[in-house]
Ligand binder design. Sequence first.
Ligand code: AMP
Ligand code: ZN
Ligand code: ZN
Length: 446
Amino acid sequence: MTSPRRRPNRGRRQIAALAGGLLLAAGLSGCGPDVSTESGPPAAAPRTSGGTGGVNHPAVASRPHVVLISFDGFRPDYLDRFDTPAFDRLAARGLRAAGLISVFPSLTFPGHYSIATGLYPEAHGIVANRFHDPVRNDEFNYRESDDAGDGSWWGGEPIWVTAEKQGMVAAAFFFPGTEADIGGLRPSHWRPYDGSVPNAARVEQVLDWLALSADVRPHLVTLYFSLVDSAGHDLGPDSPDMRRSVEEADRLLGVLTDGVAALPHAGRVALVVVSDHGMAAPDPDRLTVLPELADLSGIRTVPAGAALSLHVGDPERSGALRDELNARLTHARAYLREEIPAHLHARDNPRIGDILVIPDGLGLVGFRRTVERVRLLLRPGMHGWDPRLPEMHGILLAAGPGIAAGVGLPAIRAVDVYPLIAHLLDLTPHPGVAGDLSALAPALTE
Ligand code: AMP
Ligand code: ZN
Ligand code: ZN
């Protein structure tokens, strides 16, 4: 197994992160480091490769505002099992999907960035929370702010970049990808991720942004909360104690919706609530300690959710190893990358590895230490499995201008959210988006 390498230029970003936190603690406007303010407002046509510089193009003045809110790891059944009046009110005013079908692996970074771009991970490049890129011979780790903030890892075009290019100010209070200079652009307002920022302060800042004068008021705002995901990992999704984090999430959503309702332009603000994946208890009868089954010496291995990615580097050895593993595996299967089941959309990027060993059902493939943690019930909740499993579904609710009231929809794909937001904001989507509006059409008004 490889250990993540350390890089020397870490200090600069940590200082930036600290500065962001201090601004926030001091109650100042608290914009993070901002590269796009240097480019100034766009010229006549609202299509530029630069950003807005924090000022809306006059051509977008009549467009609505969309707040994209993510409650990480929120499973749809929580809405039925617990008391969630704010979610229920939102659903009554708009649409509620039976679920949001995550991507593979159903993890935070690939999941959020597929929501943001309308692309599958193989196309946008964030193929897991951690991965190895054999072409640049470097490793991405979502816990390293140098990586999360380095736009060269992030492909495709997230919705906030589409907005900024087309004359709309975007603002982010966290969302994976918003810290990175993707194609040279960030939202006009953004912050380095800091999980210790109180959730109430995040909501307050978003309401302050929405109260700005129309020329600088963001048309797209992102907001992210991790509390439900953390509780799901610690308690397991079926625990009655999930109530506390779910009801707290509902309370935060209530503060946001009440705040929006009090704005003079409340009727022009749409809310889109998502989660990136669900949560499930791992199956203790389907655990595989991979190194016990074959000689992995010289092979770089990286966990990809419950699966394990192997960078072999030699096609002949890859084929032989895949066969050797499949002869021995009882609760998992090894695939050459080009053989990975098509519905997982995980073939077209070398970052996925030469071989992917995928567990059956809710099993786990890993090293002894990871597997022992599950065996000892130290990880009551996990995610990362096949997004078709209902336990891996996230949520989608939305209400506001352009959305019909009280519409129930079947499960919608995560890649359909980018087209939804682009439609609501009347933005031209970037080419090559995998998602579309067909499943959402019954909930859309003119
Ligand atoms: P996971 O490990 O897949 O369960 O991811 C959830 C965790 O991702 C959260 O608890 C956060 O600690 C972390 N996280 C979420 N957003 C970001 C971000 N933008 N940058 C770094 N870490 C993040
Ligand atoms: Zn997540
Ligand atoms: Zn998680």
